[in-house]
Design a binder for this molecule. Sequence first.
Ligand code: GDP
Ligand code: MG
Length: 177
Amino acid sequence: EEDGDVGEEYLFKIVLIGDSAVGKSNLLSRFARNEFDTNSKATIGVEFQTQVVEIEGKEVKAQIWDTAGQERFRAVTSAYYRGAVGALVVYDISRRSTFDGIKRWLEELATQNDGTVATMLVGNKCDLENIREVSVEEGKNLAEAEGLFFMETSALDTTNVQIAFETVIREIYDNIS
Ligand code: GDP
Ligand code: MG
C-alpha cells in the first residue's frame, strides 16, 4: 500500500460460533494462515484475526472473531456478537450432538444481534467420512429451513475453507452496497 492511498474502507466483523471442538479455531487458522493444529488448545487466547480480501477492486478487511474456548462454559459474551455482520455457525459432521446444538447457537446469534447477519452453516471435518454421523442432506435441509448458506469443510485437508469465508464476506459486501 502506498502512503496517502485514499479509498473506501470496509471492515466486517464476522464471528465463529458452535460447540466446543468442532474446529472453529482451526478453520480460522487455516483461512488466515494456512495452518492446522492437532492440539486444540494451540490457538486459545486469540481474540480475532484480520484478513484482507479484495472484492471488485476494493480492499475489504474481515475481522474474524474466535471464541477462545469460552463456549465450553456457555458464556460467549454479548460483546462477542456486538456489531457482527457475518457468522459461521459450525458443527462437526462426525458428532451429531454438535449438529443438534446448532439451533441454540442460531437463537443466541439472533437475540444478541439485531442487524442482518450473513450466516453460513458449516459442517466441518468432512474428511472424517468413515465416521460421519450427519448426512450432507441434513445439513442442507437445516440451512434451507433457516435461510442460511451451507458448506461442508475440512480445516484438516482444506476443503471449502477459503470459499466458506469468502462467500460470507461477499454476501456482507452485497448487503451493504
Ligand atoms: P474449536 O474448539 O471449535 O475451536 O475446535 P478446534 O479448532 O480447537 O479443533 C478441535 C479438534 O478437532 C482439534 O483436535 C483439531 O485438530 C480437530 N479438527 C479441527 N478441524 C478438523 C477437521 O477439519 N478435520 C479433522 N479430522 N479434525 C479437525
Ligand atoms: Mg477454539
